[in-house]
Write a protein of this length. Structure first.
Length: 143
């Protein structure tokens, strides 16, 4: 079982926890949920071989409704040879190499709230796909 790091973030007066996991060779999933007192010191993020969350807060009970955003990320280690030989001006056209940062996560939280995510509600994760780069993106709801 692979362990994931849970991070804390404070966005617009509210505390959240977030984590990033790989979905496939070209995408990652950012998962965000409200930080609650029941989580203090007991939350450990992990997933099984199928990528399903085994975190206490990853389930639908007790912590509110998670936000999940799938975004493009091309792991540089998987494309090492191409990145070394490609013209520098073309790399940004072909690859999305910007990592998920706290600033991007805060922007995703704000965009998710604007798109109808209600973290205080219980239920299955609200899933979106991010189009565009970290500086200029839109969220599209997954069905």
């Amino acid at each position: 079982m692979a362990r994931r790091t849970l991070r804390r973030i404070h966005v617009d007066g509210r505390d959240y926890r977030w984590t990033v996991r790989s979905r496939d060779a070209g995408h990652v999933v950012v998962r965000v949920w409200p930080d609650t007192p029941e989580c203090a010191g007991r939350c450990e993020g992990s997933e099984d071989a199928g990528g399903r969350s085994r975190s206490r807060l990853g389930r639908t009970g007790g912590a509110g409704r998670p936000l999940e955003v799938t975004l493009r990320f091309d792991d540089p280690w998987l494309h090492y040879g191409v990145l070394l030989t490609a013209p520098a001006e073309r790399i940004a056209e072909v690859f999305q190499l910007a990592p998920v940062t706290p600033a991007l996560t805060a922007a995703l939280v704000r965009a998710g709230l604007a798109a109808g995510w209600r973290p205080e509600q219980q239920g299955a994760p609200r899933r979106f796909t991010m189009d565009g780069g970290p500086a200029d993106f839109t969220l599209h709801r997954e069905e």
